[in-house]
Design a protein around this ligand. Structure first.
Ligand code: CA
Length: 219
């Protein structure tokens, strides 16, 4: 899952990025509204954390422009505690949720998990497909109730596929959502990771759809 963080406070931006990376997300960052707007407009993100008070272009304008251009990714806005008007404006501009500063990092992570889940049409923090169960809150995977040990790469890959199960996912889509913008994108890398992941999962859990990509399915 790939997240964009737009926050001009350098320390806070770094703390958010570190916490997200630790939680298994791939993160791109921007420090002003124009840079943030550009990334959100051109790159596919599974969620965005957007500060309202930003230099060059404020967060409300950034969000309004994305929504006007049909950019539909979930957006969590960061607001100043004493400015309730930010929340109202933000939600009217198309924010999906907000957190007031100062916040606990755990709260931001929980809200991001919920936004990613909801945008995939899932109601619970656990995704169960056939014998495979993915616990998005604890980053754990079980097959028939038995814990499966995955590397962070493998977990990210499986998590993305299970959030989008029953849908054919191309290698390009996986690459775009599993690596940040600086990654050397080679679709063979994805094949290698899928191959390793398959060995830890039931046969045919990850199906290859010839010429199109992969699909995770219960049958
Ligand atoms: Ca700010």
């Amino acid at each position: 899952m790939r997240i964009l963080v737009v926050e001009d406070d350098v320390d806070l931006n770094r703390q958010l990025c570190e916490a997200l990376v630790d939680a298994g997300y791939v993160v791109d960052k921007a420090f002003d509204g124009e840079e943030g707007h550009f990334l959100g407009d051109t790159e596919p993100y599974d969620a965005v954390i957007l500060d309202i008070g930003l230099p060059v272009k404020d967060g409300i304008s950034v969000l309004e422009e994305w929504r006007r251009d049909q950019r539909k990714m979930p957006v969590l806005i960061l607001t100043a505690r004493d400015r309730w008007t930010d929340k109202v404006q933000g939600i009217d501009a198309g924010a999906d949720d907000y957190v007031a500063k100062p916040f606990h990092m755990e709260e931001v992570l929980a809200r991001i998990r919920a936004l990613v889940r909801r945008s995939a049409g899932l109601a619970s923090s656990e995704i169960e497909i056939g014998p495979v169960r993915l616990d998005t809150a604890g980053s754990k995977v079980t097959v028939d109730g038995m814990a499966v040990k995955l590397t962070s790469h493998e977990y990210r890959l499986l998590s993305y596929m299970m959030h989008h199960h029953e849908k054919v996912i191309s290698r390009t889509e996986l690459t775009e959502h599993l690596y940040d913008q600086d990654f050397d994108r080679d679709s063979n890398t994805i094949e290698v990771f899928v191959g390793r992941l398959r060995k830890k999962l039931p046969n045919d859990f990850i199906q290859t759809v010839r010429g199109l990509g992969y699909k995770v399915s219960a049958t």
